[in-house]
Design a protein. Structure first.
Length: 190
């Protein structure tokens, strides 16, 4: 079995105003999705090595593409996936958890874990990818989500895998907590 990539999709947004107030600086957010054939569609073997190994490659490549699309330093990140109808949620977990995180964090000097979301859905389903600060997950200003949707994916035998990044926190964040500039970034929490 080989994992075949059908396509890459890139999303970029630049937010200039929120709630009727301009931002001090534009907030850039980007996400990159990849659509791959699920080699385990219609089956549920115990050994998911092919997808686990794919995670290492995709962690690096998705972050590389996100950095290129964002064009500014990454401050927040998150990951997610949708499995088509003939797959199981564990197929997404196999890609996103064992080997995906290390190369993703390595590209941006991240310390905190990548928040994630997984679900089974039909073509065109939306995915709300949670994001938080790359150094300290307790920086509340960076608790957010980036929504993506690919109209023709995933097919029943495909996986949609995505990484989302931002160059800052929510616009006009003011609910307190640890500030980004005070984050130590040693344990991924503070």
């Amino acid at each position: 079995m080989a994992v075949t990539i059908r396509k890459w999709v890139t999303f970029v947004e630049e937010i200039l105003e929120e709630g009727g107030k301009p931002l001090a600086r534009p907030l850039r957010r980007a996400a990159v999705a990849v659509i791959v054939r699920n080699p385990y569609a219609g089956s549920n073997p115990d050994d998911l090595t092919e997808l686990i190994d794919l995670g290492e490659y995709l962690g690096d490549e998705l972050m590389r593409r996100c950095q290129e699309a964002l064009g500014t330093p990454v401050e927040a990140y998150g990951k997610g996936g949708i499995v088509g109808e003939r797959g199981e949620v564990e197929h997404i977990a196999a890609v996103l958890h064992p080997k995906f995180g290390a190369p993703t964090r390595g590209r941006v000097g991240g310390v905190s874990i990548l928040p994630s979301v997984k679900k089974r859905a039909a073509m065109g389903a939306s995915l709300d990818i949670p994001v938080h600060h790359i150094k300290a997950m307790l920086v509340r200003s960076h608790f957010d989500a980036i929504e993506i949707r690919v109209p023709d994916a995933p097919a029943a035998d495909e996986l949609l895998l995505a990484l989302a990044v931002s160059d800052g926190g929510r616009p006009h964040a003011r609910v307190g907590g640890l500030r980004a500039e005070d984050a130590v970034g040693e344990d991924g929490l503070r």
